[in-house]
Structure formats: structure tokens, C-alpha cells
Write a protein of this length. Sequence first.
Length: 205
Amino acid sequence: MDRNYFRSWPARNRDNFIGVDTSRPATDYALKSGLIMAAVTSNLEEAEPTAAEMVSLTGLHLIISTGCVGYVTDKTLDRILAQQRPGATPWIANLVLRIFPYDGIAASLARHGLVTEKLEGVTFVQRRFHSQQEYEETLQTLRRLGINSDGKEAEGLFHAELHVSRPAADVAATPLPELISITSGAGRRYGPRYARTPGGVKLMN
């Protein structure tokens, strides 16, 4: 089904994705299904990409991730950006769980000439919590950070914020709210999830 789905994409869209993941089963599946044209499996947190991977990582236009920040740091992004041609730095769009700070990565990207903006006033549903412990620890972390979880994580779903990093000229040319249309996923039915109630934490349908 995945292979048929991705084959239905126009060829110019289907053939331009590079997958970066240390999990070979994940990248093998993406390659076989036709989602990506090449894979980078080196752990870029700890080592440089191989010669073949360097070729794949050259000439990127956009780097995207969802849920990677907190496990992947500026080290990986630095190694990817080091493969780009001078004056051809790609845009970077990261969906970042609200429990993870982004200041360090934004500062690192600034050294590459990128200005980072957060899309204000909206969050994006990432996933349900896999256990009551993860749910309660997340709410504690958000309280410690001074972030209000009401209507968001407290309702049993991880929420992420969108950070977009672009060259200053691109930022000046097109404001971020004009660039992006939004579907948050907050109203979607996800099945049972943990939520805070007057009687304590419960698994709700």
C-alpha cells in the first residue's frame, strides 16, 4: 500500500527525498516503499558521514524533522550543513516537543547564517503518551519550564511547536505566517489517551 501510494506522486516530488536515520530497517522500508531515493545511516551525533553519504547530503533545499530534537542535537545539523555549497544553505523546519528547549540549536544555526522563527499561537499534535509515567513526567517537566499544559499535553497528547530557520533575506521577503497553512490535528480521534480529571489521571476513550 505504501509503495503504491508513493508511486502515485509526481516523479519530481517522489525522487527528491533523502532519509536520515540510524535505523537500517527504517531506511530500508522507506527505500523499498519509494518514499526516499537515498539513505544516510551514520550516527551524525558521533561521526562524520561516509563519502557516499556526503554526496547524498550535498545540495539540499530543505531539512525537516518531527520529534527528533531532544535525541538529535546541533551536532547532526552542523555535519549536514557542512556538506552544503557556500551561499546555498537550506531552510530547516523542526517540529519540537515543548519539553525540549531549542535555544541551543537556534544559536548553532545562526552561525550558519540562518534566522530561526517559531510559529506563534499554534502547536501540533505529535502522539499519545505510551504510559501514565511518561504522561505525568511530561506534565512535571512543563510545569518546571513554566509552560501551561492545559488543553494540550494535559489532554493526553504530546504537542510540538514549529521552528523554521531561513536566511535573513528570505525571512524579510516572506513572513512566516504567510508561508505556512496549518492543520494541528488537535481535534482528531486518537483512541484511548491519558488525561487529567478532578479525580486524578485516567485513561480516557
